[in-house]
Ligand binder design. Sequence first.
Ligand SMILES: [Zn+2]
Length: 456
Amino acid sequence: MDNVISHIEANFNNYVEELKDYIRIPSISTLESHKPEMQRCAEFVQKKLFDAGMTKAEIFQTAGHPIVYGERIESTDLPTVLIYGHYDVQPVDPLDLWNNPPFEPIISDGKIWARGANDDKGQAYTHFKAVEAFYQVNGKLPVNVKFLIEGEEEIGSSNLSKFLKEQSELLKCDAILISDTSMYDVGVPTITYGLRGLLYMEVEVTGPNRDLHSGSFGGSVANPINELAKIISKLQDKNGKATIPNFYKDVQKLTKTERENFKKLKHSDKEFAKEVDVKLLQGEAGFSTLERLWVRPTLDCNGIVGGFTEKGAKTVLPSKALAKISMRLVPDQDPKKIAKDFEKHIKSLAPKSVKVDVRMIHYGYPVVAPVNNDAIKAAAEACSKAFGRKTVFTREGGSIPIVVDLMKSLKAPAILMGLGIDSDNIHSPNEHFRLENFQKGILSSAYFLNEFSKRK
Ligand SMILES: [Zn+2]
């Protein structure tokens, strides 16, 4: 293992040069005109997979951009790690806000600046180099490795979802390793192991068949906006809990370990409130802010329209009112079941004087990998070694649909070994990646592969 680590340290400058070559390919997936660049980038990835010792590295064409798959199976007795990443990047406009041309990477201030430097070329490339180091030093890998590098993450991964279904045998693995998220703080190694799901609904309340004069009709006919507002106000109780029947029935209980882990994280409610300019935070009673964000479900009205909203006054009793209401879900809530309960509940809250339509817009499942899982433990230990600091475990309040898809299709835990920092400007001008995180990311990956081989 020591040889592998010193090999990585000795070759780090070459890795940076290679990453620059990777970045120079302007693989913007959303631009039709960049289609040839996408193919060129897929070929670059394929070549680097062969360099890393993969015995097979194939470019799969799809209805959109190619998927690159590589593998090296050392032995069926060893565990298999699937490394996921994406070679496509976001568009670069507005160009005038960049300090350097976005596809001409520069190094300054200990960072590499360019589109894709971080998301996800830089982050994913750490694993290429860790695997390669084992191959070059030992002629073999400590575990079986599969790479799945797609070109459509920034545009919804729709062809990858299909690929996952068709190739589940090929992609079979014991753990999914992904570096495409952020660290909790600079210098704090972070493993994210859970993501919330989402259920997005629309509620439309209809009263009279047309907008009415509020003088001639007001007081005798139900006002859809008034009624919708009453319905929304009843969706949460005074403790900040959703009132939908069975809503909490399948919610996994917060474990003692999780609660303790979250408590150890540096977090200030005061600063958090200051950042969004509110006097006080508010949420479900009995839970801390991080718990409310990561392990508890929520319900929010995202928008509401109806009636007269222009300047001035118009005395109207509107015919319709509409609200968009979403819920962030946590394991094991089932969005489809909740959608049904939500509809029933809304209808039960509405008076007979109005008609209510409830529609589902979209949904996504929540996921969580058990923290005491071998792969997660190995990853945490690996990152601690590389960064010289104890790894923290976080969950994410948002949803990353492709991660959920990977976990569900491959039935393996995903380890989000994020190496970005929230201020790294991914998707914005002047995207960058800390060279320190690039190097420690490679080391983390190497330690992980070694550690995981001992755990099965
Ligand atoms: Zn990404």
